[in-house]
Design a protein around this ligand. Structure first.
Ligand SMILES: [Zn+2]
Length: 396
């Protein structure tokens, strides 16, 4: 028998960014929303299970566009992952999956994990072996020899080898490719501002991904590297710390998403070396933090498409901390409604899953959050979610 459940009486924030709808309802049937509207228009509800959500707010589950599920957010996550067994790392990741789901993230994208652990974890979630959000997995990030993330990545140099590295990850089961365009904060000896893989190298990897119908994301912090990645055909710029007007223009023209991850340097600076974060990472995070927020504000104003991502797994960037990113985006000039849209519809569009996820509409999967307070007035309510539903089932 097909179970139907009617949720009713709540104020709906559907993820599209329009007016909130008071006294709403939807019916969930076989994991998806089958009908949605105003309670006054409800007819024919005999035999349907009813959940009264009067006084509550309902919005789509958060979609985090930038996660490292296998990284533990300790002071030196790369030191830890490279010194322990893959078995231990996998057990940590299983625990991390729950943290995302229970704190309101119902879908995410993993942007770099060693040894195909992310593929096994993704499949285990889909098979129902373990509990967690569904997610897309990039496998090993593709980086130049000695480039950012090399210790958990696939080092590759030259156009042909980039092509090969891309094909390897796709063969292993990657849903998308992660390509390193510049240095970064958490790798010693590389500068966030300096370009790494060349435009020609990245272009070869992007071509392979696109041929296979997959998207690409680029770790890109410095201005030249960002432009190289865009000209190589990349689909999203991760971090985007040093954006100039030309980079912003290129992003708009080429329909490229920005995934700012404002919380990543924020927590490194907040916790500092006292918490065991290497000095080089703290110094670099301090150097980029203000510019990062300015770049974000400029891109937002100019109309660059923005998807929410946290870079969870970097130092003290916890796996249940997505609301921090929304709060920082708002502090940096975004409206609360746009922060919510970026974290739901925007992320779904960036990930290429908007047909099924990201908004609460008829036909979409019933991934939603029930909140006691209006997040548009009080984003802190996301730290204290009343309940989380994934594929129509109550998780907490
Ligand atoms: Zn990352």
């Amino acid at each position: 028998m097909n179970m139907k459940t009617l949720y009713k009486g709540f104020t709906l924030i559907d993820g599209n960014g329009g007016q909130v709808q008071e006294n709403s309802y939807f019916i969930v049937e076989d994991k998806r929303i089958s009908k949605i509207g105003k309670v006054d228009e409800l007819q024919n509800i005999e035999g349907i299970e009813i959940v009264d959500l009067s006084g509550k707010y309902v919005m789509p589950g958060l979609i985090n566009s930038h996660v490292h599920i296998t990284l533990e957010p300790v002071g030196d996550p790369f030191g830890l992952i490279n010194s322990e067994s893959h078995a231990k790392t996998t057990i940590r990741a299983v625990a991390n999956l729950k943290k995302h789901l229970y704190s309101g993230t119902t879908f995410f994208r993993d942007l770099g994990a060693p040894a195909g652990l992310d593929f096994a974890l993704r499949d285990a979630v889909n098979e129902g072996l373990i509990e967690g959000p569904q997610f897309l997995a990039a496998g090993k990030c593709i980086t130049m020899t000695g480039g950012h993330g090399w210790s958990i990545g696939r080092e590759a140099d030259g156009v042909d080898e980039l092509r090969k590295a891309a094909r390897e990850q796709l063969k292993a089961g990657a849903d998308l490719l992660k390509i390193m365009a510049t240095g970064g904060v958490t790798t010693p000896g590389v500068e966030p501002g300096s370009p790494q893989l060349s435009m020609e190298e990245m272009k070869a990897a992007v071509e392979e991904a696109h041929k296979a119908g997959k998207k690409t994301a680029s770790h890109a912090q410095g201005t030249q590297g960002i432009k190289n990645a865009i000209l190589a055909g990349i689909d999203s710029i991760e971090h985007g710390i040093y954006l100039d007007d030309e980079a912003i223009e290129l992003m708009i023209k080429n329909d490229v998403y920005l995934v700012p991850t404002l919380v990543a340097p924020y927590f490194i600076v907040e916790y500092g070396t006292e918490a065991g974060i290497p000095q080089y990472a703290v110094d670099k995070a301090k150097a980029v933090m203000d510019t990062h927020r300015e770049s974000f504000a400029k891109a937002y104003k100019a109309g660059v498409k923005i998807a929410m991502g946290t870079d969870a797994g970097t130092p003290f960037n916890f796996h249940d901390g997505a609301p921090h990113e929304l709060i920082l985006m708002v502090k940096s000039g975004m409206s609360p409604m746009d922060a919510i849209v970026s974290s739901t519809k925007g992320s779904a569009d960036c990930l290429g899953i908007l047909d099924d996820y990201g908004t609460l509409e008829s036909g979409k999967f019933a991934d939603f959050l029930v909140l006691d307070d209006n997040p548009l007035d009080n984003l802190d309510t996301l730290f204290n979610i009343n309940s989380v539903y994934k594929l129509g089932k109550k998780v907490i």
